[in-house]
Design a protein around this ligand. Structure first.
Ligand SMILES: Nc1ncnc2c1ncn2[C@@H]1O[C@H](COP(=O)(O)OP(=O)(O)OP(=O)(O)O)[C@@H](O)[C@H]1O
Ligand SMILES: [Mg+2]
Length: 161
């Protein structure tokens, strides 16, 4: 039995049903899961860090052992400060592997105590990314199959402003 707190870092711009699937799986095998939302200004996110944290918190409200926290700077530094020794990441397809493998090795190089673990979503979520969801929403498409209704509302609101 694994007894530990893990972190699931990402940009979550916005949180999708794929992220949500992964969070629920990870929350079922770890004692506690911190969904760590990176400010990531270099990615020029559509939603502010506060908005991304608010959306994820509301969407994951029912998962009792999950906490959503925003952070700036290096993921391994955030992990060190919070005492988190496991990083959960998602693999949708082989195309994710190369970047995730590189990132995991860099994390280990910077912080040898941190382990990265990889999980796969249920098949129906494998093609969902925040980037595609944002693109569809900006062009007025229907994203209700890919995100929580709370997020759908926020995407519509964003389109209007
Ligand atoms: N549909 C999904 N199923 C499983 N894992 C996912 C899914 N979407 C994202 N992830 C994983 O979640 C982590 C954080 O991802 P991130 O916040 O970059 O989301 P993203 O959908 O890839 O967004 P973007 O398109 O902006 O890069 C990464 O490990 C990523 O592989
Ligand atoms: Mg990504």
């Amino acid at each position: 039995m694994i007894k530990r707190t893990a972190m699931y870092p990402g940009t979550f711009d916005p949180i999708t049903n794929g992220h949500q699937d992964l969070v629920r799986r990870a929350a079922s095998i770890f004692d506690r899961l911190v969904v760590a939302i990176a400010a990531n200004p270099n990615k020029a996110p559509m939603f502010s860090l506060q908005q991304r944290v608010d959306m994820a918190s509301r969407v994951l409200e029912d998962v009792k052992n999950v906490e959503v926290i925003g952070y700036e700077g290096l993921t391994v530094e955030f992990a060190r400060v919070k005492g988190l020794s496991v990083i959960v990441r998602g693999l949708r397809a082989v195309s994710d592997f190369e970047f995730e493998f590189q990132l995991a090795n860099m994390s280990r190089h910077l912080s040898p105590d941190i382990e990265s673990v990889f999980m796969t979503p249920q098949e129906q979520y494998t093609f969902i990314s925040s980037t595609l969801v944002r693109e569809i929403a900006v062009l007025g498409g229907n994203v209700s199959e890919f995100v929580h209704p709370i997020v759908e509302t926020e995407l519509k609101r964003h389109r209007q402003v």
